[in-house]
Design a protein around this ligand. Structure first.
Ligand code: THU
Length: 137
C-alpha cells in the first residue's frame, strides 16, 4: 500500500463526514499490520461532546474487528472538504494511537492539496514523552 493510495482512501472516507456544525470534514485511512485498511470520518452531534474524530473512528472500527497493531494513518480534512492545508490529529487521537502503535515506527501522513503533497511524522514526533501501556506494567 503506497502513501498515495492511503491518501486517496482518506479522501474517499472524508466524503462520509457528518459535520453539520463545524463544516470541517475529515477522513482517515488506517493501515493495519494485516494489510487491511480501515476508513474513518468525523461524526458530529447536536450535543457537541459526543462528536468523534475521523482518526478515532478508524481505530475503533479496526480494534473492534480484531486488529490491534498498525503501520500508518493518512488524514485529510478541511472546511467544506477543502484539503489544501494539513489536518493534524488532535491530542486525544494521538493518545489513542499511542495505545496501539509503536511510537518510533507508526507513520502519520497529513495530506494537503493533492496525493503528491503531504507531511509525514512518526507518532513519537507528534507525541513526545508519552504515557502508554508500558507505564502500567
Ligand atoms: N477533527 C477530526 O476528525 N480530526 C482531526 O484531526 C481534527 C478535528 C474533527 C472534529 C470536529 O468534528 C471537526 O473536526 C472540527 O474540530
Amino acid at each position: 500500500m503506497s502513501t498515495q493510495e492511503l491518501l486517496s482512501i482518506a479522501h474517499q472516507a472524508m466524503q462520509n463526514a457528518y459535520v453539520p456544525y463545524s463544516h470541517h470534514a475529515v477522513g482517515a485511512a488506517l493501515l493495519g499490520e494485516s494489510g487491511r485498511v480501515y476508513l474513518g470520518c468525523n461524526v458530529e452531534n447536536a450535543a457537541y461532546s459526543p462528536s468523534c474524530c475521523a482518526e478515532r473512528i478508524a481505530f475503533y472500527k479496526a480494534v473492534s474487528e480484531g486488529e490491534r497493531r498498525f503501520r500508518a494513518i493518512a488524514v485529510v480534512g478541511g472546511i467544506n472538504g477543502r484539503t489544501e492545508h494539513p489536518c493534524p490529529p488532535c491530542g486525544v487521537c494521538r493518545q489513542v494511537m499511542r495505545e496501539f502503535c509503536d511510537p518510533e515506527h507508526f507513520r502519520i501522513i497529513l495530506g494537503c492539496k493533492d496525493e503528491e503533497t503531504y507531511l509525514e511524522y512518526t507518532l513519537a514526533q507528534l507525541l513526545p514523552e508519552s504515557f502508554g501501556p508500558q507505564n502500567l506494567l
